[in-house]
Design a protein around this ligand. Structure first.
Ligand SMILES: Nc1ncnc2c1ncn2[C@@H]1O[C@H](COP(=O)(O)OP(=O)(O)OP(=O)(O)O)[C@@H](O)[C@H]1O
Ligand SMILES: [Mg+2]
Length: 255
C-alpha cells in the first residue's frame, strides 16, 4: 500500500520547547489512524504541521510523494488535505445549503475529477443536497448557519469538508462539545468515510471507546515524540496508553 501522506523527522520548536520531535510516520489511503497521547503531547501541533497552519522547524511533509513542507495551508487544502476546524470553515451568515454549495463549487473549480463536469448551478445544488443528506442536515438546508445549534454547526462543518472531497481527512476531537445524541451522527460519518476505502483518515480523540472502534492503527505521542505505533488492541494495552488514559484522561472523558 503506498502512503498518501508522510512525515519525515517532522519537528517544531517553540522557543526552547520541542512540541513535535522528529516524528516520522506514513499514512495510507483506506486506513484510519488515531493519534493519541496525554494533553499537551503535541497532537494538535502535529495536525497544524501537516495542514500547514504551522511551519516546521525541521523535517518534511509529503503528500502523494511530493514535498509540501513549504506550501501554505490553502495550497495544501487545494491539494487534498482536508481538516475540520471548530466552525471556522463556515460562513455564518449564509444558509446551510449555501455553505455546502460553495464548497462543492470550490471543488468543481479544482477540476480534478468528475465534479468538474458538474458546472451548472442546479448540479452544484443537487450535489450539495446530497452531502447534506449524508450528515442528516437536509431538513435544515435553508437555515442560516449561525442560527444552528452547536452540534448541527459541527455537522455542517463536516459536510463542507466532505463537499471539498479531500484525499486526507483530519479530525481533531470531532465530538468535543457535542451532546450525547449528536455524537453518533459524526461517528457514522467517519465510519462511512472509512467504508469508502480510498480516504486517508487521521483522528485525534480522547475517548478510547471511539478510538478502539474506529482505528485501523494507533500512534501514541508523548512529549512530542512518537513512542508507539501499531495495531489498536496492542497499543491500547501498552503501559503508556494505560497510564495516560486509564490513569488520567479516561474518567474525565468517558461517559
Ligand atoms: N503556538 C504555540 N506556541 C507555543 N507553544 C505551543 C503552541 N502551540 C502548542 N504549544 C505547546 O505545544 C505543546 C503541544 O500542544 P498541543 O496543543 O499540540 O497538544 P495536544 O496533544 O493537542 O493536547 P490536547 O490533548 O490537550 O489537545 C504544549 O506544550 C503546548 O503548550
Ligand atoms: Mg489538541
Amino acid at each position: 500500500m503506498s502512503s498518501s501522506l508522510e512525515t519525515r523527522d517532522l519537528t517544531v520548536r517553540f522557543g526552547g520547547h520541542v512540541a513535535v520531535n522528529a516524528v516520522s510516520c506514513a499514512f495510507h489511503a483506506g486506513s484510519l489512524t488515531s493519534i493519541v497521547g496525554p494533553n499537551g503531547a503535541g497532537k494538535t501541533t502535529l495536525f497544524n504541521l501537516i495542514s500547514g497552519q504551522l511551519r516546521a522547524t525541521a523535517g518534511e511533509v509529503l503528500l502523494h510523494g511530493e514535498d509540501i513542507t513549504q506550501e501554505s495551508a490553502p495550497r495544501r487544502s487545494l491539494r487534498g488535505i482536508g481538516r475540520a476546524f471548530q466552525l471556522t470553515n463556515l460562513f455564518p451568515h449564509l444558509t446551510v445549503l449555501e455553505n455546502v454549495r460553495l464548497a462543492v463549487q470550490a471543488r468543481a473549480r479544482v477540476g480534478l475529477n468528475m465534479w468538474s463536469t458538474w458546472g451548472s448551478h442546479r448540479e452544484l445544488i443537487g450535489r450539495a443536497e446530497e452531502v447534506l443528506e449524508t450528515v442528516a442536515l437536509a431538513a435544515r438546508a435553508s437555515v442560516i448557519a449561525s442560527a444552528l445549534p452547536h452540534g448541527d454547526q459541527r455537522k455542517l462543518e463536516v459536510a463542507v469538508l466532505m463537499a471539498l472531497e479531500p484525499d486526507v481527512f483530519m479530525f481533531d476531537e470531532p465530538t468535543a462539545g457535542m451532546s450525547i445524541d449528536e455524537v453518533p451522527v459524526i461517528l457514522d460519518l467517519i465510519r462511512a468515510l472509512k467504508a469508502r476505502r480510498d480516504k486517508t483518515i487521521l483522528l485525534v480523540e480522547h475517548k478510547m471507546d471511539i478510538v478502539r472502534e474506529l482505528s485501523d492503527r494507533i500512534i501514541v505521542l508523548h512529549n512530542g515524540t512518537l513512542v508507539t505505533d501499531g495495531e489498536p488492541a496492542a497499543v491500547i494495552a501498552s503501559p503508556i496508553v494505560q497510564q495516560a488514559y486509564l490513569g488520567v484522561e479516561m474518567p474525565a472523558s468517558e461517559h
